[in-house]
Design a protein around this ligand. Structure first.
Ligand code: FCB
Length: 447
């Protein structure tokens, strides 16, 4: 075993999202979100689970900060529920909503924990969805107005802002597969994606105007693709997957243009993004940080009969998590190196990385999660390798601080380094929490 030290100042954190942990969906003037509506629709979420009470974090946030302190966390990435701040999506601001996050931020700062705020982690106000959701161009402008309200209130203390979490998921799962709210199938997904990106660009401008000294960026989810074989057809198929998943977001943000090969492919299918005026310039606003969410890779085989883009997923031999996602740390290293080489973001953070396993409380009251410990250790080594190769990776946030509402999977998938016993809301740090505390304390990982 050797010890791999991380650079001085490397930031260690954990991540959550509002709808997944807060509960209190009807309290203090919060408006309805598309996820409340989706959960209430039979058949959408496993076991009929809802955002109530989740981890009851809305009431337990003080204890949760104490938990973070006990783990030695230096940073905490959380999201703000838009419908708490502006219950109808646009217009009247709800002071109680702002007050909640104001207290949370102060509590974190008192504990010496740096807040990283995501403005949009999927809980769109239902009223905006009633007016078209992300298919309506106006939603992008409403998002920027909301960003302005929040950053004006918190920007004096919060120095790291992320506009959107994973626009691919919002667009594709929300408007194409229907697996996520608002649950539309085979809708105009490029329209949704374009308005999300436009909203991001407008929000970046709003953030900079409201608080010029902050670091602002976006978090994307990546699916690095390996071809199933060396054949030209499989390589081309993997490149299409990359275009659909990764380049469709990276290229507008960092090159101010959608990838030409994908534009052409989509045009053949009668789809195109609804570009207006200087949208591409707005979307390509310079960013201080790129957030990288990484869980797994994809192995792609050409298959003209499969899906809209003519490729299928292989399931290679290997290790898989409870989500059925392959454990493949080297793809994280290659992804970070590629992003640095091809897009050169000013700074990168891994804003999510982690794994679900079917954890249980052992007879001695503890939660042993050796698979997660191994998953984290191997991905941290991948990060370390990327840094050694020159990637400006500045921090790592484990997904997640605690078990929580895993979207369409409800409470059936546990990603936390802290176990949540939902009936009692008791938090039990897992072995992986102790592992992370050690990593953070020593600023190093053993390899
Ligand atoms: C990501 C989401 C996050 C969590 C993890 C498992 O796509 O950003 O909220 O659900 O997956």
């Amino acid at each position: 075993m050797t010890t791999r030290p991380f650079p001085d100042g490397f930031l260690w954190g954990a991540a959550t999202a509002a709808f997944q942990i807060e509960g209190a969906t009807r309290e203090d003037g919060r408006g309805e979100s598309i996820w409340d509506r989706f959960c209430a629709t039979p058949g959408r979420v496993l076991n009929g689970d809802t955002g109530e009470p989740a981890c009851d974090h809305y009431h337990r946030w003080r204890d949760d900060i104490a938990l973070m302190t006990a783990l030695g966390l230096q940073a905490y990435r959380f999201s703000i529920a838009w419908p708490r701040i502006i219950p109808q999506g646009r217009g009247a601001v709800n002071p109680a909503g702002l007050d909640f996050y104001d207290r949370l931020v102060d509590g974190l700062l008192e504990a010496g924990i740096r807040p990283f705020i995501t403005l949009y982690h999927w809980d769109l106000p239902q009223a905006l969805d009633d007016a078209g959701g992300w298919l309506a161009r106006d939603t992008a402008y409403a998002f920027a107005d909301y960003a302005d309200v929040v950053v004006r209130r918190l920007g004096d203390r919060v120095k790291h802002w992320i506009t959107l979490n994973e626009p691919w998921c919002s667009a594709v799962l929300g408007y194409w597969t229907g697996e996520h709210a608002p649950g539309i199938r085979e809708g105009p997904v490029l329209t949704a994606a374009h308005h999300l990106l436009l909203g991001h660009g407008l929000a970046i401008a709003a953030i900079r105007a409201a608080s010029p000294d902050v670091q602002a960026g976006i978090t994307l989810n990546f699916s690095p693709a390996d071809p199933a074989s060396d054949s030209d057809a499989d390589r081309a198929a993997a490149w299409r997957h990359d275009g659909f998943f990764n380049r469709w977001y990276l290229d507008p943000l960092y090159r101010s243009a959608y990838p030409a090969d994908m534009l052409e492919l989509y045009a053949q299918m009668g789809q195109s993004p609804p570009l207006q005026n200087d949208d591409m310039r707005i979307i390509a606003a310079p960013l201080d940080v790129l957030g990288v969410n990484y869980y797994s890779r994809a192995v792609i085989r050409d298959d003209p009969q499969a899906g809209a883009l003519g490729y299928a997923y292989e399931r290679p031999e290997g290790e898989y998590t409870h989500m059925g996602w392959e454990v493949h740390p080297d793809s994280l290293r290659r992804l970070l190196e590629r992003l640095h080489r091809e897009y050169a973001p000013a700074a990168l953070y891994v804003t999510e990385n982690g794994a679900a396993y079917p954890d249980a409380i052992a007879p001695d009251g503890s939660v042993h999660d050796p698979d997660r410990v191994r998953y984290l250790a191997r991905h941290l080594i991948a990060c370390h390798d990327a840094i050694a190769a020159g990637v400006p990776l500045r921090g790592y946030f484990v997904w997640s601080l605690m078990d929580n509402f895993e979207w369409a999977w409800g409470y059936s998938r546990r990603f936390g380094i802290v176990y949540v016993d939902y009936p009692t809301q008791r938090r039990i740090p897992k072995d992986s929490a102790r592992f992370m505390r050690h990593v953070i304390g020593s600023n190093s990982v053993a390899a």
